[in-house]
Design a protein around this ligand. Structure first.
Ligand SMILES: NC(=O)c1ccc[n+]([C@@H]2O[C@H](COP(=O)([O-])OP(=O)(O)OC[C@H]3O[C@@H](n4cnc5c(N)ncnc54)[C@H](OP(=O)(O)O)[C@@H]3O)[C@@H](O)[C@H]2O)c1
Length: 356
């Protein structure tokens, strides 16, 4: 391994969320690079079919250890982290409740970092965060959203439990870096898509009153194909000289919401969608927000200005820092990525890709 890299082939590597959509690809790419000393952390209730398929492709079932537990348990975290050098931390709370998201994103991360510092040989903690931590309220439409963009300061007003969990997770990671010298890197992927993820991200549009509503549609989506994103995550664990860096992950050749939805609808069961201008979406979000306040939340504040801005305002994105620091470039160009994504849908009308 070159001096550009901090991890040796013999180093033990832990992947949390290893059976998840992105985690499975991270394991696959690690195996592709020749790493075998991998520990995959999974919950007892986790579905393992995707992960087992990858392990069998590489005939790695005997080398790779599956460790079962829950990151909410410090004992399980010790079991996971003991003796490892690099942690790829992908497990996260996907719950709709703020408490659930806080527990599985923030508390779980704290437990894991504690175990890493006490029982391991820490070389790098790769924390997979998200674009959900940003607030683009202060940015103009079309302005560049990069790693310097302000973070969301009121996720509860945005009604975004997931984003709240990721913000708290990042705060903890940075604190552990400063106070306990945890060597970390934070990656913030945009909208990760690919086979294995069938439903559309809210940035493309949202289901409301039996319709699929696309707001604006002319805005670029911060897309990253799952293999390209996983490659960035893997490199972030090995590359020397990038401690405490924060890196956005988006691909080249981004599509607009309209282009993405059209390709999706052409391939999947047709459903009715309407497109409304951003200013209309923003006004409706404002009215919804006000009604919720006046009626003391008889309706959940699912539509609000912060969300409207974050998901549909439209910004430009950059992967320049990612390319410079990691030497990363997308493995799969956008055209092939879209083909691979769409190939998971049958065209006989039996699928319901909007079902979450
Ligand atoms: N998908 C995207 O578009 C996207 C975009 C930006 C960032 N990200 C980030 O990328 C990471 C992976 O996302 P994904 O899409 O691959 O999600 P995913 O498929 O839902 O995987 C999440 C994983 O976390 C595990 N997990 C949750 N709570 C846990 C706990 N307490 N202990 C142990 N494991 C736990 C889940 O285990 P079970 O299988 O047992 O539930 C699952 O394996 C996350 O950190 C996410 O925030 C994703």
């Amino acid at each position: 391994m070159s001096s550009e890299y901090i991890a040796l082939a013999s180093d033990r590597i832990l992947v949390t969320g290893s059976n998840g959509f992105i985690g499975t690809r991270v394991v696959e790419i690690l195996l592709g690079y020749g790493y075998r000393n991998i520990r995959c952390f999974v919950r007892p209730s986790s579905r393992l079919d995707r992960l087992e398929k990858v392990l069998s492709q590489f005939d790695a079932g005997k080398d790779v250890a599956l460790v079962t537990g829950d990151l909410l348990s410090p004992t399980d975290c010790r079991k996971a982290a003991e003796g490892v050098s690099v942690i790829y931390h992908l497990a996260a709370g996907m719950e709709k409740s703020f408490a659930g998201a806080f527990m599985n994103s923030a508390l779980a991360t704290r437990n894991l970092m504690d175990a890493f510092l006490r029982f391991a040989k820490p070389k790098r903690f790769v924390n997979v965060s998200s674009f959900a931590v940003y607030s683009n309220l202060a940015l103009k439409r079309g302005a560049l959203l990069d790693e310097n963009c302000p973070l969301e300061d009121a996720p509860q007003e945005r009604f975004d439990a997931y984003g709240f969990g990721k913000l708290k997770q990042e705060e903890l990671v940075k604190e552990y870096g400063e106070v306990h010298n945890l060597p970390y890197v934070i990656l913030r992927p945009g909208y990760v898509f690919g086979p294995g993820k069938r439903e559309l991200n809210g940035r493309v549009g949202t289901s409301a009153f039996g319709l699929f509503v696309q707001v604006s549609g002319t805005q670029s989506l911060p897309l990253t194909y799952v293999d390209n994103c996983a490659e960035a995550i893997v490199l972030a664990g090995f590359k020397a000289g990038i401690d405490s860096e924060i890196l956005n992950v988006v691909d080249d050749e981004l599509l607009t919401g309209q282009q993405f939805l059209k390709a999706y609808k052409d391939k999947t069961k047709s459903f009715i969608s309407v497109r409304i201008p951003y200013v209309v979406g923003y006004t409706m979000s404002l009215l919804w927000e006000k009604y919720c306040q006046r009626s003391k939340n008889q309706l959940p504040p699912a539509f609000n200005r912060r969300r409207c801005s974050a998901e549909w305002k439209g910004n430009r994105y950059s992967n320049q820092k990612l390319k410079e620091r990691l030497g990363w470039k997308p493995r799969v160009p956008m055209e092939r990525a879209m083909e691979a994504f769409l190939s998971q849908f049958t065209s006989n009308g039996n699928d319901d890709p909007l079902k979450r």
